[in-house]
Every structure is written in structure tokens, then in C-alpha cells.
Design a binder for this molecule. Structure first.
Ligand code: NDP
Length: 291
């Protein structure tokens, strides 16, 4: 039965690549693997993946190649050495990097006769292949459509457009909110910690806040798309004063103030720009310009 399913090659066997291999194997796809550090293939080979002796031989196993690498430099280091083995391949690159690097890589792969579907997976390794998992893709739509049923094994495929930059742009946009929110959460834990409050005590309040954040988004999106920022509810002057108080609180606590200082600088910029009476969403006009 499994021989009828499309073969998949996975290159890059960190926790994420290994989780992807397991999902493809579970879905019945013959899966060939290669990793620079060969021992990282041992566990998935024991579970049914086929170990290729070289990256070029891994590419020879099938048309669909999934990359799960640190960044695009790792891709060039590996695929720059495979000679003609890229010809006719569809490279699904789920390594993190910038949208511009994804676009460049599409041109580089096209010169070598390969199609490129760059993107990013939006869950930690342990959730790959579960209902929560989804994956951004961009690039040639026909190749996406051809392999979409196979790619479903690792998570719900979400095609963002034919510009190869788009998949990576959505990925980094999501991760920016993720990383920055987590850093702000840690700053708050440290602030409370300076007064002897534990993270466990803060937990229900932090959880409540994270759950409630999405409440603001529909109204904010309307403002952001229209460019109209009515400040009837929470304006820049009021929020900017709070940004200043947060900075004062972390200074009193004697902890690192770089993150709240960056946020306060945006409010200061908006106030200098005459936006004090507008909604907090008008900060985007400051963010849109280079610092
Ligand atoms: P790891 O750092 O564990 O693995 C990185 C992989 O890249 C390894 O296979 C490593 O090979 C390879 N690599 C790095 N540099 C080179 C190089 N110069 N030449 C050859 N191979 C190289 O990462 P993860 O598995 O955690 O993540 C892989 C990708 O998935 C990343 O882009 C990450 O951002 C993304 N991701 C990861 C998540 C996670 O939960 N782990 C969640 C969402 C996305 P070697 O083993 O030889 O070092």
C-alpha cells in the first residue's frame, strides 16, 4: 500500500525534521532522510525511514524534497554540493530566514532546474501532524496543488501566494508577535519577581491577558486597513503615559528596561507626530518608517 504513496525526502533532522519524518511515515509515505550529522538519523531510521548516504542520493529518491534546516545558508551549504541532483525536484523549504532570502533561493534553485516552495511551520516539533499544526507556503501554485495532499501529513497547508517571499513573511510576522509577547511576559515576571511574586502566582493573570488580547484585533484591523485611527477609547497620550510608567516600574525594580524603552520610543514618536488623540493603532505610522 505505502509504495503507492508519493516518496518524500527530508533533509535536516533536528527535532523539527525528525517530527516531520515521523508524520510522513505515519501517513504511509516512503521517506528518505539525510543529515549532516549522520547519527541524528538513527531514531527515524529505526522507525522506518531510509538513510541516504549523501544529500545527492537523498534527492535521487523522489521528486518532493522537504528541508528543515537552521537557515538558508545551511541549504546553500548542502545543495551547493549536489551537482545536477536538483534537476526536476520540488524543494519545500521550511527553514527559517527572511522573505528576501526565500525569493533569492527560488532564483538559485530555478537556475539548477528545481522549483521552490518556501514557507514555515507554525507549531513546535511535538505538535507536528496534529490538528493544531499549520504551515505557510508560497511559490508556484501548480506544484503546491500537486503536493498539497502529501504536505497535509505535517499540518494544514496554508498557501499564501505565488510570490516566494510571502510564506516566510507570514511566518516571521507570526513569530515576531510570538517572540515579542514572550519577552514582554518575561519582563513582567521579572518585575513581579523583584517584589517576591512567583511566576505561578502571576500565571492566571498572564493567561487571562494572553486569552483576551485577540479581542482588540478586529477593531485594530479596521483602523489599520483604512488608515483611520479614531482615539475615542484608548488614545496614544494615555497609552504613552502608561508606557512611561512601565519604564519607571522596571527602573525601580532594577531590571533590564530595553524592551519597554523600545515601546515607549514608539509612543514618543507618535506624540511628536501629533497623534496623541488618535488610537494606539496609529503607532503603525511610526513603525512603517525606518528608525
Ligand atoms: P536544529 O537546530 O535542531 O537543526 C538544524 C538542522 O540544520 C540540523 O539538521 C543541522 O545539521 C542543519 N544545519 C545547520 N547548519 C548546517 C550547515 N551549515 N550545513 C548542513 N546542515 C546544517 O533545528 P530544529 O530542528 O529545531 O529546527 C529546524 C527548522 O525548523 C528551523 O528553521 C526552525 O526555525 C524551524 N522550526 C523549529 C521548531 C521547533 O520546535 N524545533 C518550531 C517551528 C519551526 P546538524 O544536525 O548536522 O547540526
Amino acid at each position: 500500500m505505502s509504495a503507492e504513496k508519493d516518496p518524500v525526502t527530508v533533509i535536516g533532522l533536528g527535532p523539527m525534521g525528525q517530527a516531520m519524518v515521523r508524520a510522513f511515515l505515519t501517513a504511509g509515505h516512503p521517506t528518505t532522510v539525510w543529515n549532516r550529522t549522520a547519527s541524528r538519523a538513527d531514531a527515524v531510521v529505526a522507525e522506518g525511514a531510509v538513510r541516504a548516504p549523501s544529500a545527492a542520493e537523498a534527492l535521487a529518491a523522489g521528486k518532493l524534497v522537504v528541508l528543515s534546516l537552521t537557515d538558508y545558508d545551511a541549504m546553500y551549504a548542502i545543495l551547493g554540493e549536489v551537482g545536477d541532483a536538483l534537476r526536476g525536484r520540488v524543494v519545500v523549504n521550511l527553514s527559517s530566514d527572511t522573505p528576501g532570502r526565500a525569493r533569492e533561493a527560488s532564483a538559485w534553485l530555478a537556475e539548477r532546474g528545481a522549483e521552490h516552495l518556501p514557507g514555515g511551520i507554525m507549531v513546535p516539533a511535538e505538535l507536528v501532524g496534529t490538528e493544531s499544526s499549520y504551515v505557510f507556503y508560497s511559490g508556484p501554485k501548480a506544484e503546491f496543488d500537486r503536493y498539497e495532499p502529501v504536505l497535509r501529513a505535517i499540518g494544514r497547508p496554508d498557501f499564501r501566494g505565488t510570490d516566494p517571499a510571502l510564506g516566510q513573511a507570514f511566518y516571521q510576522a507570526q513569530l515576531h508577535v510570538f517572540l515579542t509577547s514572550l519577552a514582554a511576559y518575561l519582563e513582567s515576571v521579572a518585575l513581579l519577581g523583584s517584589l517576591g511574586v512567583t511566576a505561578e502566582t502571576f500565571l492566571p493573570y498572564a493567561k487571562d491577558l494572553f486569552d483576551m488580547m485577540s479581542y482588540y484585533l478586529p477593531e485594530a484591523s479596521k483602523n489599520l486597513d483604512s488608515g483611520d485611527h479614531p482615539g475615542d477609547a484608548a488614545n496614544v497620550t494615555m497609552m504613552g503615559a502608561t508606557a512611561d510608567h512601565i519604564l519607571g516600574a522596571v527602573a525601580e525594580a532594577g531590571i533590564d528596561g530595553r524592551l519597554p524603552a523600545a515601546v515607549k520610543a514608539l509612543y514618543d514618536g507618535a506624540i511628536e507626530d501629533g497623534r496623541g488623540k488618535e488610537s494606539w493603532t496609529s503607532l503603525v505610522e511610526i513603525i512603517k518608517k525606518p528608525a
